[in-house]
Design a protein around this ligand. Sequence first.
Ligand code: GUN
Length: 300
Amino acid sequence: MAAKIIDGKAIAQEIRQKIKEETAELKEKHGVVPGLVTILVGENPASVSYVKAKQRTAGDLGFYSVQENLPEDVSEEELLKLIDKYNKDEKIHGILVQLPLPKHIDERKILYAIDPRKDVDGFHPVNVGKMVIGEPCFLPCTPHGILVLLEKAGCEVSGAEVVVIGRSNIVGKPVANLLLQKRKPVGNATVTVCHTGTRDLVFHTKRADILIVAVGKPKVVTGDMVKEGVVVIDVGVNRIGTTPEGKAILCGDVDFDSVKEKASAITPVPGGVGPMTITMLMKNTLEAAKLWAGLPNEVS
Ligand code: GUN
């Protein structure tokens, strides 16, 4: 079977168009412009490129956006001060601190300092807790993007055997939790989470109807590890080299060439999950602006 390619770029584009229209309407009817600040510490090349893409998209959609670049050796105190400033800034509805942070900064302290009403990443424990019990909240962007991809790909999730590889707070844990919930249109699955302690990874991957791979290592899932007809969501973005022009060469956590021969559908890298993560961040920022303006929204 040659897999259908799930075109994350096209799906993201369609959703961004709707966000753009809603943003224009929000401005015209209520004088509210969604505001997003992205805070980058240091110069990790992957983080620099993600933050640039987030800023560019915010601008394209008509948001007010601010970029804060802090040096690698910035103190925790200074970063907390900056967060406090944006917690109080009425023009800013969403605060994003790009992860990972340098080792001398306590990531937990930083994430806890963001006002949960501006936590467009969905990483604050208030939002994580609400997500787990199925209350309206800011959903974390990559897991939310994966749900939308599965929906748009027409994938039957209810009752399916979903196997997630990876247990990070950003992807593995939340996506597993969302998919097991009785939520519509995507949820009600039987979910298994595999990780470095899993004894027999292939036993699990071989019985997956839907396989979500978020391990951060190139091509760890190969064609011989999956069953015919599986739907594969590849969250990995691994830099495996550079072109002569200096552009990063990317590949996923899945060996695309061998897995696509058995899968019924698969996300490419790049152009799969990545554009969806950014789009759901924009969606959260728009909802945050509506929340701030006291308008009906999807996060409260
Ligand atoms: N680093 C990798 N993914 C993410 C994300 O979704 N949000 C933030 N803030 N940092 C990240």
